[in-house]
Ligand binder design. Sequence first.
Ligand SMILES: N[C@@H](CCC(=O)N[C@@H](CS)C(=O)NCC(=O)O)C(=O)O
Length: 228
Amino acid sequence: MKLYDRQGTPNAARIRIVLAEKNLDDAVDFVTVDLIAAEQKQPAFLKMNPIGKTPVLELEDGLCISECTAITEYLDNLDGAPSLTGATPREKAVIHMMQRRVEIMLMEPIDDYFHYATPGLGAALKPWRMPDWAGAKDWAERRGSYAVANLPYWDGILNETPFLAGGRFSMPDITLLAALDFAKGAGLKIAPNLAALAGWRSRVKDLPAVKTRSGQDFLPEDISRRKQ
Ligand SMILES: N[C@@H](CCC(=O)N[C@@H](CS)C(=O)NCC(=O)O)C(=O)O
C-alpha cells in the first residue's frame, strides 16, 4: 500500500497513529505530497482524490481511499479485530457520533481559522481558497473562537469517561488529539484550566502508537517557505 500525505499535518498524524496502533507501518510506503506547492490540487493527485486533500491510501489493486475516517476503517478491519472503529453496533454508533462531533466542533473550524485567519499553507493555495471576500478574516477568527469555546464540552466528556467513546482508545481520540495539536500549531489559545482534557491528552500522548507517530511540530520546516 502507498500513503500519500505530508508529515507534520494533523490528518497525516491521524493515519500514522492508526498504522502504528495496528502494527501496519511496514505495510505502507510513504509518498510525500508537497502541500505548500499545491501538488494536491494538480490533475495527477485529483485523480486519486477529487477533493484535493491528503491523506490518500492507495491499495495494491489501485483503489485510492481518501478521508481519514474511511482509511481508518479500512486499516482497522484488515486483521478482523477492529479496535479503533468499534466491533458492536453500539460501539460503532458512539464512535461515529463522537468522530463527527470532533470534526464539526473542532477540526473544521480550526481548519477554517488556519486557512483564512493566518497565512495557512501559503500563496500557492490562494486560487483554491474560497471565500475571497473582505469579511473572510473576521469569519475565520470567529470559527477559531467557536473551536476554543467548544473545548469545555470535551473536558466535560473526559471528566466522565477515560476516552471519548468510553473505556477504550478509539478513532475520535486520535482526531481530538490531532485537532488540539492543529489548534496549537495554528496559534489558537487553549484554556489551561481544562484539567480532564489535559489529563487525557498526556495519557494519550503516552500511548506507544501515539508516542512513535505524532508529536512532530506542526509543518515544521514548511512554515518558513510560506508566502503571505
Ligand atoms: N476530511 C479530510 C481532511 C483532509 C485535510 O484537510 N487534509 C489537509 C492536510 S491536514 C490537506 O491536505 N490540506 C491541503 C489543502 O487544503 O489544500 C480527511 O479526513 O482526510
